[in-house]
Write a protein that binds this ligand. Structure first.
Ligand SMILES: Cc1cc2nc3c(=O)[nH]c(=O)nc-3n(C[C@H](O)[C@H](O)[C@H](O)COP(=O)(O)OP(=O)(O)OC[C@H]3O[C@@H](n4cnc5c(N)ncnc54)[C@H](O)[C@@H]3O)c2cc1C
Length: 215
């Protein structure tokens, strides 16, 4: 991973649910939707990595889970407008193409797909988002407003209009996919392992599965 740090200023910080925040940095730079940045509070500290959730051409934004016992996120949560931190250049190869793709995310793993959708990459895409409750489907209004995205929400704990009951993995087991479909997976390690296993059992080849693991 790279470490050419530059100082950046916090532009805004918003709470999206009890433990999910969106941090906007006073910085516009070139990136491709799906890329990540490294962040640290000082140049000596170990970096943590975050998918860019914002649209190219706009300020850099990240969506993060507050991990109470974590090293960086409790400190990110304290940041106020005008405060400074350190950031790497955007990097990574978790990128969308013009092909048929199924985007699969749990929780804040929705971030790179938010950037992709805002960048107009939703054509021929299915987005399957897994979360506990309706309120956890962050930015659903963005995905619902983009009619070319087949947007599917799997809710493990809530029933309601527009929600498929059960875990995302249960939904995937019930589906058939064309072998020429590409899959982009983003979220925690367990989800990625489970989903890969399901897809491989459905004869999707390894090279059609791209994963971004939040560890
Ligand atoms: C390529 C990449 C992209 C990432 N993008 C994002 C992102 O867009 N948003 C985001 O919130 N995180 C993302 N992460 C995870 C992020 O880098 C940090 O690990 C996370 O924010 C915890 O940092 P911390 O210092 O607070 O906790 P730490 O002290 O590093 O770790 C605390 C514990 O929390 C676990 N953990 C890490 N991430 C999560 C999570 N999201 N939910 C629950 N437990 C977690 C770790 O495995 C560890 O056991 C990404 C990781 C990688 C490698």
């Amino acid at each position: 991973m790279i470490k050419d740090l530059q100082q950046v200023t916090v532009y805004d910080q918003r709470k999206y649910s009890e433990k999910v925040l969106y941090l906007t940095l006073e910085k516009t730079m070139d990136f491709i939707p799906g890329q990540v940045i490294g962040l640290a509070l000082s140049a000596e500290k170990e970096l943590r990595y975050y998918s860019i959730a914002s649209e190219p051409g706009q300020k850099i934004g990240i969506l993060y889970d507050l991990i109470e016992t974590g090293v960086l996120t409790p400190q990110l949560n304290q940041l106020k407008n005008g405060m400074e931190l350190y950031m790497t250049q955007p990097f990574g190869s978790f990128l969308s193409t013009k092909e048929n793709e199924v985007w699969i995310a749990t929780g804040t793993g929705i971030a790179p797909f938010l950037s992709m959708a805002k960048a107009g990459l939703g054509y021929k895409k299915t987005l399957i988002h897994g979360a506990k409750k309706k309120e956890d489907f962050l930015f659903s209004e963005v995905f619902r407003s983009q009619k070319e995205i087949n947007y599917i929400r799997c809710s493990s704990q809530e029933r309601g209009e527009g929600l498929i009951p059960g875990r995302l993995t249960q939904y995937l087991i019930s589906q058939d996919f064309s072998p020429d479909t590409n899959f982009l997976l983003c979220g925690g390690p367990q989800m990625v392992v489970d989903v890969r296993e399901i897809l491989i059992s459905k004869n999707i080849s390894h090279d059609r599965i791209l994963s971004e693991i939040y560890f």
